[in-house]
Design a protein around this ligand. Structure first.
Ligand code: PMP
Length: 354
């Protein structure tokens, strides 16, 4: 190694799901929404002239629209380039202790990447045999707590009483609830914001609002939390949200009817798909998200993953301890899910005959 190489910050990056270039595929591997964004997003008026200027660093139009939607004040909202950006800023801002930050062993695999990048000590707590979080594991002294609700990649939602329990036992640190999937099921911790000034709830436009490509995420919390988050953000990059994103994001969150309609469609398909999985001999977790985590009783998950891929059906397989027997399958349109179900039916039949 050359001397200059010794000074380099080396990290093992997060591995996002594949984004294949081909057109004629069924893409159920990154929990995107199968429906287009609200038509109001396209109708939003954009002025070319505005691109000459730096965007509003506070993204106030979008902040106001999000605050109105949740019945909060503007100073309780922080916006970022996807919830990944919001979460990264939150790790940097709130997890600054010598004590370890706590999160589940099976969870969003970006958490340990940010912890490593920012040199934040952390400890993972094992999910129980039913893949649920164990509240008392989070009673230990720590430098902060973060977990998704519903959890990923299991899709299991913990009750609000569970979140409250974690908050009651962690009054001296910031507790972050990552609600990327909450619109598809589960109880939001938003209702606890008045009661707990150390609670930060993080959301995204990527899933329930079909805007993964736009990159909009936000955090809700006490104004002191939002203030310090903004201080860190402005010390890093002032102009994270560009002008079209601000305008189109506002149009999206203001179209409540379209949002409700697409979320209801995804949930309906998910429930139908669970029944089909059971019929085909799969075990799955009770998902409250826009994906299902399932494994077949007899057939290795990896074999199904590879065979599906050969048929241009992309699902997600994590070759990691405890979860390598499962597949994470995003909910697509009814048509896409029917193609997947017929593929699975055929595959299971052939497997049994060999
Ligand atoms: N949190 C969880 C639990 C997720 O699964 C994802 C999606 N990869 C994100 C946050 C980030 O989503 P985005 O950056 O698109 O808002």
């Amino acid at each position: 190694m050359k001397p200059w190489e010794k000074n380099i910050r080396r990290v093992t990056p997060y591995t996002p799901g594949e984004q294949p270039k081909e057109k004629d595929i069924i893409k159920l591997n990154t929990n995107e929404n199968p429906y287009p964004p609200s038509p109001k997003v396209m109708e939003a008026e954009l002025e070319l002239e505005q691109l000459r200027f730096y965007p509003d660093p506070s993204a106030m139009e979008l902040v106001e629209a999000i605050a109105r939607y949740h019945g909060l004040n503007n100073d309780q909202i922080f916006v970022g380039v996807g919830s990944d950006d919001v979460l990264a800023m939150s790790f940097l801002t709130f997890f600054n202790s010598d004590k370890p930050v706590l999160f589940p062993d099976i969870t969003y695999s970006f958490y340990d990447v940010w912890a490593d990048l920012f040199r934040i000590p952390y400890e993972t707590k094992a999910l129980d045999d039913d893949f649920c979080l164990v509240a008392k594991d989070y009673y230990a002294a720590n430098g902060g707590v973060i977990f998704p609700n519903p959890n990923a990649p299991t899709g299991i939602a913990e009750k609000l009483s569970f979140v409250k329990d974690i908050l009651d036992h962690n009054q001296d640190v910031v507790v972050i609830v990552d609600e990327a999937y909450i619109d598809f099921g589960g109880e939001s911790a938003c209702t606890l914001l008045d009661q707990y000034e150390n609670l930060l709830v993080v959301r995204t436009f990527s899933k329930s609002r079909s805007l993964a490509g736009m990159r909009i995420g936000y955090a809700m919390g006490n104004k002191k939390l939002i203030q310090v988050l903004n201080d860190v953000k402005y010390s890093f990059n002032s102009y994270t949200m560009n002008y079209p994103t601000i305008v189109m994001g506002k149009a999206s969150i203001e179209d409540e009817a379209y949002f409700r309609e697409t979320v209801a469609k995804v949930v309906k398909t998910r429930e139908w798909f669970k029944e089909e999985l059971a019929r085909l001999g799969f075990l799955y977790f009770e998902s409250s998200a826009n994906f299902v985590f399932a494994g077949h009783k007899e057939i290795p998950a990896k074999d199904i993953f590879e065979a599906a891929r050969n048929k241009k059906i992309f699902i997600r397989y994590f070759d990691k301890p405890r979860i390598r027997d499962y597949l994470r399958i995003s909910i697509g349109t009814d048509e896409e899910m029917k193609v997947l179900v017929s593929f699975l039916e055929q595959f299971v039949k052939e497997w049994k005959n060999t």
